[in-house]
Structures are given as structure tokens and as C-alpha cells.
Design a protein around this ligand. Structure first.
Ligand code: IPE
Ligand code: IPE
Ligand code: MG
Ligand code: MG
Ligand code: MG
Length: 290
């Protein structure tokens, strides 16, 4: 599957415009780097998850925009730092030179640093989200990307492993990618005041799609040329990363991703609202090649 599923487009347009208005103006090298990295395309999957989860209930449109932007800013920071020489040392991202290639390492580090508080101040500055929900959102998001969440996943990813079991790899993928995906669904549910039972289903759904998403990312690294993925093909091989394909082969990895997406659908079908788009998203996640 190549760019771009028609039904995703209105969401992408909405999030791109919300992001544009949530960023500082293009005044300094730092704000240029921030804008370059955030407004550079990307699938906007995490904001989409916020929208889709929140559409199961009712939330003010501005609240959806705010939370969507906040999760995308955290994701963009994580990509800038993920690409740094000390991490994955990648030169291309979203079809363009990575932030540090374009602006230098120091500015890239600082752009990532600046995106994190910006994400939280968007939430706490919203007059469309009750204060007690704001606190829950900030707590959920910060926990997801903290030392025992995304950052721990990233440490595991860059550590040298002589051996990793499939179970260890699942746990690493869960932390570096899955936890933020789950948080997006949970946060979307929170702003729509969904009952705990529905939020629990969304989190179970997120656990499956989060893992499927990262397995597909590992496959894309091997199979998808730069012209389609926007990233350097074979980057994981060069770094001798332990990935799904390196552990169980490409065919079994594809099968596992599809199996997880089918399992995710079972949770989505149990939701009391219309889960049609979540079901379509499951297919997109495991069929995409970008
Ligand atoms: C890439 O994420 C990094 C992972 C956690 C796998 P995406 O594939 O969502 O990247 P963009 O946002 O579309 O560029
Ligand atoms: C990135 O995983 C995970 C985070 C940024 C937290 P990858 O290193 O596999 O992502 P890509 O392939 O560079 O996009
Ligand atoms: Mg990485
Ligand atoms: Mg990387
Ligand atoms: Mg990857």
C-alpha cells in the first residue's frame, strides 16, 4: 500500500493545521529546527488515534486538537533524538535530511528538548479541557514517555545484545513504541469522558496495534525504499539491530503483525461506539510500506 488512504486525509489536514498554529514562529534557528521537524509530513498516526478514540464519545473539537498536537510533539521529539549520531545515526527522515543533518547536533538536541515542555503546556493551557482532566492527561503522557516507558525502550534498543528472546523483543517494542500508542487512545478516551470499561478496551486494542506497528516498522526498514518510506532502507541491518525479521524472518514477521492486528480488531469490535475506522486502521498499520 502506498500513499495515501483517502479516509486518513481529512484527519491529516486537520492535525497539520492544528500543529502549525501550536508551534512558535519561525524566528530563530531553534524554532526553525522545531518547525522543520514537526511540519515535515509524517503519517500522524498518534494524533489520529486520539481523534478516533475521542470520537467514541464527545469532546470539544479544540480539546481533540490540543491532545493530538501534544502527542505528535512528543513523537517528533523522539524521532529527532532517535536519529542522532549517538542513537540510530540516521541521515534521512520523512523524506528529508534529519534534524541534526540540517541544523547540527546541538540544535537538534535542543529542538527535541523544547518540544517536550511545549507538549505539556499545550494541555495545561487549554480552556476546553477541565483542569482535573488536564492533570490526568499530563500524567498519562509523561508516564508513557518517561524512564520506564519510551525512554527505557530506547535504551534497550541501543544496548548491545548478544541475544534477545522474542519475549524480550516484544517488551522492547512495547516500551519504545507501544506505550505511547496506548497513551494516545487512553487520552482520547479521557477527553471524551468514556467509561473505564471502554478505556480498558482501547488500551487492550492499543497493546496489539502498538506491537503490530513496530513489527511493520521493522519490515519497512528492510523492504521499503527511501522514495516510499522517507527513511534509509536497511538502517537496522547496518546497526545490527535485533528486530522481528532478524529474529524470526520476514515471512513470520508479516504473519505475526497481521495476527496482532486481527486480535486488535476483536477488542475494537467490543467497543460500544462505532469502531469502523479503528478496524480500517488495523489493516492500514500492517499493510503500509511507509
Ligand atoms: C516511526 O514512527 C518511529 C516508530 C516509533 C516506529 P512513524 O512511522 O509513525 O513515523 P512518522 O510520524 O510517520 O514519520
Ligand atoms: C523509534 O524506533 C522509536 C522511537 C522514536 C521512540 P525506530 O528507530 O525503529 O524508528 P525509525 O525506524 O528510526 O523511524
Ligand atoms: Mg531507534
Ligand atoms: Mg531509528
Ligand atoms: Mg525502525
Amino acid at each position: 500500500m502506498t500513499k495515501n488512504e483517502g479516509w486518513l486525509q481529512p484527519y491529516e489536514e486537520r492535525i497539520n493545521s492544528a500543529l502549525e498554529s501550536s508551534l512558535p514562529e519561525d524566528k530563530t534557528i531553534l524554532t526553525q529546527a522545531i518547525r522543520y521537524s514537526v511540519l515535515s509530513g509524517g503519517k500522524r498516526l498518534r494524533p489520529l488515534l486520539v481523534y478516533l478514540a475521542s470520537e467514541l464519545g464527545s469532546a470539544p473539537p479544540e480539546a481533540k486538537d490540543t491532545v493530538s498536537c501534544s502527542v505528535e510533539l512528543i513523537h517528533c521529539y523522539s524521532l529527532i533524538h532517535d536519529d542522532l549520531p549517538a542513537m540510530d545515526d540516521d541521515s534521512l527522515r520523512r523524506g528529508k535530511p534529519t534534524c541534526h543533518k540540517k541544523f547540527g547536533e546541538a540544535i537538534a538536541i535542543l529542538a527535541g528538548d523544547a518540544l517536550q515542555p511545549l507538549a505539556y503546556t499545550l494541555i495545561t493551557g487549554s480552556n476546553q479541557i477541565e483542569e482535573k482532566i488536564q492533570v490526568k492527561l499530563v500524567s498519562t503522557l509523561s508516564k508513557a514517555c518517561g524512564w520506564d516507558g519510551m525512554v527505557e525502550g530506547q535504551i534497550l534498543d541501543i544496548s548491545h545484545h548478544d541475544y534477545l528472546s522474542l519475549e524480550d523483543l516484544d517488551s522492547m517494542h512495547m516500551k519504545k513504541t507501544g506505550i505511547l500508542i496506548i497513551a494516545c487512545l487512553e487520552m482520547g478516551g479521557m477527553i471524551s469522558n468514556l467509561p473505564e470499561t471502554e478505556i480498558k478496551l482501547l488500551k487492550q486494542f492499543g497493546k496489539k496495534v502498538g506491537l503490530a506497528f513496530q513489527i511493520r516498522d521493522d519490515i519497512i526498514d528492510l523492504e521499503s525504499p527511501f522514495e516510499i518510506s522517507g527513511k534509509s532502507q536497511g538502517s537496522d541491518l547496518v546497526k545490527e539491530k535485533i528486530t522481528y525479521p532478524s529474529l524470526i524472518g520476514i515471512k513470520a514477521s508479516k504473519e505475526r503483525a497481521i495476527e496482532l492486528s486481527e486480535e486488535a480488531k476483536e477488542f475494537a469490535k467490543k467497543l460500544s461506539g462505532d469502531s469502523n475506522k479503528l478496524l480500517k486502521l488495523c489493516d492500514f498499520i500492517v499493510q503500509r510500506d511507509y
